[in-house]
Design a protein around this ligand. Structure first.
Ligand code: 5MM
Length: 343
């Protein structure tokens, strides 16, 4: 491992008030989103959609890195140029999702453990040759009746740390994504309690496994009530709850925190990021940015609908969401931006 080099890659992923575009949906997840909109779920439609995202003009004005999945990193644009070459030329970092999905946790009904450590070093070496400089692994924690258990929290934290250690040894920056799922009707207090336990377990395991914290990016959930909770809190309360927790548990050596959006309405995901910057300007020891999938892609996907005539408009939608979130990182986003596109 060349620590200064990977620490610099991590910094570069979060500099200049830009964010990350997560477009690493597995084949089943991508197909599910296509099916919901009546888009044929075929390999070529997935390729065409990812082509649209990657070739969006000026994407690098707002996006430092994109996260791909195994299928996409091997694909090419319509003119035969590998996606990786297009990204390199645009100066956008190439990330790769390396977990292989979830399995049910033995003796823990309703809980999951992320898979993918087998052969990981070898796969990372292959991805690095293709141009990847960072990787991503998601550990999902579900809130429900009597769950999550500490066993599930600790088991997922441990595999996240093992993954991060293997990534750094292979010279790639690990994005460490412990996601407390927003599904459910739990309160913000419950989400706070679980997210605290999860992040504490993750940092304990990262330290036990000698992961260099200056060369990771943390990708957590915001602290929010469940999507089905009757009592949804205001944006300022959510911002205070989330940032106070992160200040308490995330060491300042971590260069960046890049939120997942988790199924939030996309404008709300932007407003919430904005509020954190307005309220904690100059008090944040790490870059606080976005690594959204749905909250960046949703309008683009529902504009494209699988029709090549809609590509330009879909790309404008993607760029607009990326622009709004970059404005949020400066605390300069407001509802008017949705119409005039200026901050
Ligand atoms: C939580 O999902 C991650 C962030 O996406 P959202 O902003 O939409 O919440 C996302 O990167 C996710 O890990 C990938 O889409 C891969 O998910 P699957 O379920 O396909 O492995």
């Amino acid at each position: 491992m060349n620590l200064p080099t990977i620490a610099q890659i991590a910094k570069n992923l979060v500099i200049n008030n830009k964010g990350l575009l997560a477009m690493d949906e597995s084949i089943p997840s991508c197909n599910k989103r296509f099916n919901a909109l009546g888009i044929p779920a075929t390999v070529d439609m997935r390729r065409a959609y990812r082509d649209l995202l990657i070739t969006t003009p000026h994407l690098s004005d707002y996006i430092n890195g994109v996260i791909l999945c195994d299928e996409t990193i091997r694909q090419m644009s319509t003119d035969g140029t590998p996606f990786t070459d297009i990204l390199k030329k645009a100066g956008i970092g190439i990330g790769i999702k390396v977990d292989t999905g979830e399995a049910d946790m033995k003796d823990h009904p309703g809980e999951k453990i992320t898979q993918g450590l087998d052969g990981l070093g070898k796969r990372l070496a292959t991805y690095a040759k293709m141009g990847a400089s960072f990787a991503k692994w998601r550990g999902e924690i579900i809130i429900g009746e009597d769950i999550p258990s500490m066993e599930c929290i600790e088991a997922n934290a441990k595999v996240l740390a093992l993954y991060a250690q293997i990534c750094q040894e292979a010279g790639l920056v690990p994005i460490v994504e412990p996601e407390v799922d927003m599904a459910g009707n739990h309160s913000i207090e419950r989400c706070l309690e679980v997210t605290r336990l999860v992040l504490q377990a993750v940092f304990t395991q990262l330290q036990l496994h000698h992961v260099a914290l200056e060369a990771i990016i943390l990708k957590p959930n915001m602290v929010l009530p469940g999507l089905g909770c009757d009592f949804q809190v205001g944006i300022d309360e959510m911002a205070d709850t989330t940032v106070s927790l992160l200040l308490a548990v995330v060491p300042s050596t971590v260069p960046g925190i890049a939120f997942l959006s988790g199924g939030q309405p996309y404008q709300l995901a932007t407003s919430r990021l904005n509020a954190m910057h307005v309220r904690y300007k100059d008090k944040l020891p790490w870059a606080l940015t976005f690594s959204y999938s749905r909250a960046l892609q949703q309008p683009a996907l529902s504009t494209w609908l699988g029709n090549s005539e809609n590509i330009n408009r879909a790309q404008e939608q993607l760029l607009h969401r990326a622009l709004c979130n970059c404005a949020a990182m400066r605390g300069k986003y407001d509802a008017e931006m949705e119409y005039n596109g200026r901050w």
